[in-house]
Design a protein around this ligand. Structure first.
Ligand SMILES: [Zn+2]
Length: 349
């Protein structure tokens, strides 16, 4: 066994032991992981509490940072969503290695691209008898459906056999209001334990009209639309006795975007690699800064772009997978390297 895989095994073992104990007091039955495509952190500040009351509710009732990072090398959509669901960076032996960003061929999977099975948050949740969903607003997210369906998903060797299809419901719609509404109908009927919801509007507005955070811009209007969708999700949680106090929300993004152009490249540009990361729910600290809660293990990178070699990492969108699993009382994604010890703290100190 190579040194790297021995280390990986040790990390997984340690994390499994860690998970036998309450995870910083934050536990939930349901995790809603929302990725807002192309969300600049400062868009929420520009809108302010009047025009983004629900983002501000997440800020005051939960924890957040406006200075999280994307993957260390890539600032495009599919690579960064793959990082969010696998807890791996894109490049290198430990990375998921998925760099394409187009709608994949019907035969493509993350595993054929990597040359090895690439586990995800969907695998761990589903193999532990819990339910999962993916509501996506871009067609290319079919990549995950193809990778984790009844043909290409891994055999379940954890406890009872829950099958190879790791995503119980895959729903695609470019209309995010329809997507969120159908998700909320499903949640009221029979809630999924873990769901990734992908909302495209800020990215579409950015590509059409720049990532412009001036008052009244198309881009800010798109972020305000997401705020209203967040409001609908929060209202459903407030009103539903099954979801209330048992649901954690994680909101992050795949990349930012530039105010002066219609792109989110190059990946070396701070406007592209700077993203927000919010966590809200029962047991989560109220109104706290995520870096202050994680003083000895994470470092606010200011304007820098740390590589994965830095001993103290920034908070990244790739933290989402293992944070979601920690909240659900489950161990980390096999093969993950970001937050693999599940030590990212979101509870009061
Ligand atoms: Zn994107």
């Amino acid at each position: 066994m190579s040194r790297i895989s021995t280390l990986g095994l040790l990390i997984t073992l340690l994390a499994t032991i860690t998970c036998a104990f309450p995870a910083f007091g934050v536990e939930a039955e349901f995790v809603i992981h929302i990725s807002v495509d192309g969300l600049r952190s400062d868009a929420v500040t520009a809108l302010g509490p009047k025009h983004a009351p629900n983002f501000y509710r997440l800020r005051t009732e939960g924890v957040f940072t406006d200075n999280a990072r994307t993957d260390a090398d890539e600032t495009v959509t599919l690579p960064n969503h793959t990082t969010q669901i696998t807890g791996r960076g894109v490049a290198g032996d430990n990375g998921h290695n998925y760099t394409m960003n187009k709608t994949p061929s019907p035969r493509a999977t993350l595993h054929t691209n990597k040359g090895a099975y690439v586990s995800s948050v969907f695998d761990v949740v589903h193999d532990n008898r819990l339910s999962t969903c993916l509501y996506a607003s871009k067609e290319k997210f079919v990549l995950y459906h193809q990778s984790y369906n009844e043909i290409h998903g891994a055999l379940d060797s954890t406890g009872e056999d829950n099958g190879r299809n790791k995503i119980d419901a895959y729903v695609f719609s470019e209309e995010t209001n329809d997507l969120v509404n159908s998700y909320l109908i499903a949640m009221k009927r029979s809630p999924y334990n873990y769901c990734l919801i992908h909302l495209r509007d800020p990215d579409s507005a950015g590509h059409g009209h720049h990532w412009d955070v001036a008052t009244g811009s198309e881009y800010l209007n798109a972020v305000a639309k997401i705020d209203r969708q967040l409001g609908a999700i929060l209202q459903t949680i407030d009103d539903d006795p099954i979801l209330n106090r048992k649901t954690t929300i994680i909101v992050t993004s795949d990349h930012g975007g530039r105010q002066d152009t219609t792109t989110h490249r190059p990946s070396s540009d701070a406007e592209n690699y700077t993203i927000p990361f919010y966590v809200w729910g029962s047991g989560v600290a109220k109104g706290a800064d995520l870096y202050k809660l994680n003083e000895n293990q994470r470092a606010d990178p200011a304007t820098a772009r740390p590589t994965y070699a830095e001993p103290i990492q920034p908070i990244r969108n790739g933290d989402a997978a293992n944070l979601a699993l920690m909240v659900l009382g489950l161990g980390p994604v096999p093969g993950s390297t970001i937050n693999a010890l599940q030590r990212l703290n979101v509870a009061p100190k």
